[in-house]
Design a protein around this ligand. Structure first.
Ligand SMILES: [Zn+2]
Length: 283
């Protein structure tokens, strides 16, 4: 099954048939919403509204662990993520899409690991995005007629406020391409859970470093946002249709050599919490 995490506006995607809500409770709490499972472009898919239906949750309030766990629990192996971002570069124009390949984690108040409570694991994150899935996303975006940039660095801030001007200028000096509040946490947890993860960052506006930032009206930003949602639906359909039947990457093995705790000492309760996520890596 293919997981899709995005805004609740994605649910009414054309051709999404046999929709069924699946409420999943996890050892890490409840996901943002029930998953909506169904068929789309010849695939079994599971949708999740990242902020809950009606956009109820701030980035900090999102239970990212429950969201990723729920995906894994229903049989998802690959996650396509879609999210709105601000642009940190002149050439990444509002309305463009960026299939990012790197992150800088500037979050401050969230748990971004499944490990702990007696089980210590260190997964590799040098390449936090599944390259195969990202390439499929880029191809899908091109097929859907979107202006897409392959690769880019996403800085993830805690939010919910946008950056100050000083912050925005510092991030630019760091060389990042887009700014958002959610994706790095999903990428880290997906890697620990052995899931392929790639994200379509849709540029909504320029962050406040841009000289024209203050002159842009809310109406103009919302117009871009709505257009991006429409484009992302076409991109998702094209991406699903173009996905290889089985991934050839090694994302699923990420946890295999990550756990360094002596197996005998891992408490039974922790073992139980992690079993769905890392399976045989605990044995
Ligand atoms: Zn992968």
């Amino acid at each position: 099954m293919i997981g899709i995490i995005g805004g609740s506006g994605l649910y009414d995607i054309e051709g999404f048939t046999d929709q069924k809500e699946v409420a999943v409770s996890t050892p890490f709490g409840d996901p943002s919403d029930p998953l909506v499972v169904g068929n789309l472009a010849g695939r079994k898919v599971a949708f999740l509204a990242r902020h809950g239906k009606g956009h109820r949750l701030t980035p900090t309030e999102i239970n990212f662990r429950a969201n990723i766990y729920a995906m894994k629990a229903v049989g998802v192996t690959r996650i396509l993520s879609v999210s709105a971002v601000g642009s940190m570069k002149e050439h990444l124009v509002p309305g463009h899409m960026v299939v990012v390949d790197q992150f800088y984690d500037n979050t401050k108040h969230r748990v971004s690991t499944f490990f702990g409570e007696g089980a210590v694991g260190h997964v590799a994150l040098a390449h936090p995005i599944c390259a195969e899935l990202a390439a499929t996303f880029v191809k899908g975006a091109r097929a859907a007629g979107a202006t897409v940039h392959a690769g880019g660095t996403y800085i993830c801030i805690e939010g919910p406020q946008f950056s100050t001007l000083a912050e925005s200028r510092i991030y630019r000096a760091w060389g990042v391409d887009v700014i958002g509040m959610t994706n790095v946490t999903e990428a880290k947890l997906a890697r620990e859970a052995g899931l392929c993860y790639a994200t379509l960052a849709m540029v909504t506006d320029y962050d406040c470093w841009h000289p024209e930032h203050d002159a842009v009206t809310t109406e103009a930003v919302i117009a871009v946002l709505l257009q991006n949602v429409a484009t992302s639906k076409a991109v998702i359909r094209a991406t699903l249709a173009g996905m290889p039947e089985k991934p050839a990457c090694r994302c699923a093995e990420a946890a295999k050599n990550a756990i360094i705790s002596a197996r005998d000492n891992i408490p039974a309760a922790t073992r139980e919490k992690l079993r769905t996520l890392v399976g045989g890596a605990l044995d």
